[in-house]
Design a protein around this ligand. Structure first.
Ligand code: AMP
Length: 690
């Protein structure tokens, strides 16, 4: 059978990375053309450990900003819209053409140069979702400096940790962020608190003043500067900076991983591989090919998804990107995404499954979706991409049905799996995969592989994904195991951590003696090559010596018609070691319910688990409630926190501290969960919340 173009592209990229990637590199402007796509060498660490290291386009020189902005203006596309800012929280819509963007970036880069930023310096961006944040990133990159964007919702302590690690010359920030409908939150105490707490002090703090809440009387002696004033002065004096190319292997940015486990790690993205890999991924996987195409990635610039698909990838191909300052629900309602799709003719929408769950819960009969759909407002939409955590089949199916009825013909829901480390999706279903191979194929072959709900698709070019057991031996198709990748990784992926090669080795290579790169995820590859991501490796539950992923059990539970969300953790059991234990949320729950699920519901759910997985995975209990499943700010379920609460609850230690990471979205949720656990395990007299 002829392989599908996505599979052919993958095979080509793994068999002959040199020819595959050289072809794609030619689509970009290089200040110095690379003579090779890939070199591989052995690296010796100070500890004496040796491991494989690889470099993409090692002798090339490139400016990512030039490729994202200047190039399009020089090619006569200056009037094309580059950025659309949609801010329901400030009731603003703004558009930036490529010409205007170039003008802003050139001037701001000039300002930064005057403020002492040089090639190779680090600049922290701690900003809300406003155009200035994107302009800042492009201006930093223009100087050959390295940005480290820190999610604007992080507390002072998390910011301090990143200042300490990244040692930025400058921090670029704003006077306030606007969190959903909560109104403006002053950034000043957060930034000043973080700088005070860090032993390293940046020399400047440049503040974008927002009208909603100003940063009054900046502390000049402390290096605080008014952003708009600096820009105005530079503009008057004609100060502008031209692009400074960097080596392909030089750092473009640092991103700290979201930290559901352990201390954040500084993933270093390299300039050349990033540009080439992203340019291919947005054309091929996301089907955003250039002028006229509109991408709406409803992530945050603090996350890798935001870096890649709000900022760099759409601009690399000269398309239009939508920058959204708001929430999926509550700004003002669960119909916001759909109205933005309609207003700006969005072709590809990218968000996290947690956003879709929130929308679905709020917009119960898809009323708001259909309202836009029925006036043909969604006809431009070709795809809904979901990533960040597992998408359960029920959510994929629900939106696939809706897209099939209301969106563009052939529109699909695409679960895609990736990480801060990979920089672009490792797996997915390429919408336009013929672009991924050099040959022109007839239009009918340019259809994505069929969706398989529950799977995150097939590997993308350059990612050699395998499933191995704990000894690193590959397991047969369909068997659960550790998901690893054979080095080298695709060009967008990291080759090291920022100034911490030892930790890179310890964190990713050591476990399998350098043979595989450990992704930390567990899952399987089925007979047809579809990859199924079931959980983080440490979310595997060992029941009577059988290993189950929390994701598989959650999937079974979610087939119950009344349950909208489930989170499974292991509860200690004297006989079996552990039993799966579920936290569930019911559709349409408005009344307070007892923490312990009624016997009938428990039996029904258990039956689903027993029939879909096996009697061995029978549940140890179910807690029902609302607002008790803690998430990180990027939408990942913090099962570890629930697990600790349950482990403490079993032994009656309800008030024991649990390790809540600073990335938690809402700490109050942990307290609700604690209360539910207390109630479940039989302490009387505690009034349950919902
Ligand atoms: P981060 O580095 O913060 O982007 O987190 C990466 C992690 O998110 C991955 O290692 C997975 O555990 C999880 N993840 C991302 N996308 C998916 C997906 N489509 N399905 C399942 N898990 C995902």
């Amino acid at each position: 059978m002829t392989p599908h173009p996505q599979q052919a592209a993958l095979a080509h990229s793994l068999r002959d990375p040199e020819s595959f990637w050289s072809g794609h590199a030619e689509r970009l402007h290089w200040h110095q053309n690379p003579s090779r796509a890939l070199t591989r060498q052995t690296k010796t660490l100070p500890s004496g450990v040796q491991h494989e290291h690889w470099s993409w386009f090692p002798d090339g020189e490139i400016s990512t900003t030039y490729n994202c902005v200047d190039r399009h203006v020089h090619n006569g596309r200056g009037d094309q819209v580059a950025i659309i800012w949609e801010s329901p929280v400030t009731q603003t819509t703004e558009k930036y053409t490529y010409k205007k963007l170039l003008d802003e970036v050139e001037v701001l880069a000039g300002v930064l140069r005057e403020e002492g930023v040089r090639k190779g310096d680090v600049v922290i961006i701690y900003m809300p979702m406003i155009p200035a944040a994107l302009i800042a990133a492009l201006a930093i990159t223009r100087l050959g400096a390295i940005h480290a964007a820190v999610f604007g919702g992080f507390a002072a302590q998390s910011l301090a940790q990143r200042i300490e690690a990244a040692r930025p010359r400058v921090i670029m920030t704003a006077s306030c962020g606007i969190e959903g409908a909560k109104g403006p939150i002053s950034y000043r105490p957060l930034v000043e608190g973080a700088v005070a707490a860090s032993t390293y002090k940046p020399s400047k703090v440049i503040v974008w003043q927002r009208d909603q809440l100003r940063w009054n009387n900046p502390d000049k002696l402390g290096g605080q500067r008014n952003w708009q004033r600096l820009v105005k002065s530079a503009r008057m004096r004609g100060v502008r900076a031209s692009p400074v190319p960097v080596k392909s292997t030089d750092g473009l940015y640092i991103i700290y991983t979201s930290g559901t486990t352990g201390l954040p790690k500084g993933v270093l993205r390299e300039a050349g591989g990033h540009a080439v890999g992203l340019e291919l991924s947005i054309r091929s996987l996301f089907n955003i090919k250039g002028p006229g195409d509109v991408m709406f990635c409803a992530s945050d610039i603090g996350w890798v998804v935001g870096h890649s698909y709000i900022l760099y990838a759409p601009l690399l191909v000269g398309a239009t990107t939508v920058l959204f300052e708001g929430k999926p629900i509550g700004t003002p309602d669960a119909g916001t995404f759909w109205r933005i799709v309609e207003k700006h003719n969005v072709n590809t929408l990218f968000t996290a499954p947690t956003a879709m769950r929130a929308i679905r819960k709020e917009d119960n009969n898809n009323h708001l979706f259909k309202e836009v759909g029925e006036r043909n407002g969604l006809k431009s939409l070709r795809a809904l991409f979901l990533a960040g955590e597992r998408s359960e089949p029920s959510i994929v199916r629900a939106y696939q049905d809706l897209l099939s009825q209301y969106a563009a013909p052939g529109a699909v829901v695409v679960d895609n799996w990736w990480s801060s480390e990979s920089g672009s999706p490792i797996t997915g279903l390429a919408l336009n995969s013929h672009a991924a191979i050099a040959s022109q194929l007839p239009a009918e072959t340019n259809k994505p592989l069929p969706t398989r709900p529950g799977s995150a698709g097939l590997p993308m070019p350059g990612f050699d994904v395998r499933i191995v057991d704990d000894e690193g031996a590959e397991v047969p198709a369909g068997t659960m195991g550790n998901i690893v990748m054979a080095p080298p990784l695709a060009p967008t992926a990291f080759t090291s951590l920022f100034q911490d090669e030892e930790r890179f080795y310890r964190g990713y290579l050591k476990r399998f003696n350098g043979k595989w790169v450990d992704t930390g995820d567990a899952g399987l590859i089925d007979e047809d090559g579809y990859v199924h991501i079931m959980s983080r490796s440490d979310d595997i539950i060992n029941v009577a010596a059988h290993r189950f992923s929390t994701g598989t059990i959650e999937q079974a539970i979610l087939t119950h018609p009344t349950i909208s969300e489930a989170s499974v953790v292991g509860i200690p059991d004297a006989i079996k070691g552990h039993l799966p234990f579920a936290f569930i949320h019911l559709h349409n729950q408005t009344e307070p319910l007892p923490a312990k699920a009624p016997k009938k519901l428990f039996e029904e759910v258990n039956e689903l688990v027993r029939t879909q997985i096996g009697a061995i995975a029978s549940l140890g209990g179910i807690i029902q409630g609302r607002g008790m499943i803690p998430k990180t700010r990027s939408g990942k379920t913090l099962r570890r926190v629930l697990r600790e609460l349950v482990e403490n609850g079993v032994v009656g230690k309800f008030d024991e501290g649990v390790s809540v990471p600073p990335t938690v979205e809402d700490g109050e949720v942990v307290e609700v969960a604690r209360q539910r656990v207390r109630e479940y395990f039989g302490v009387k007299g505690v009034k349950a919340k919902l």
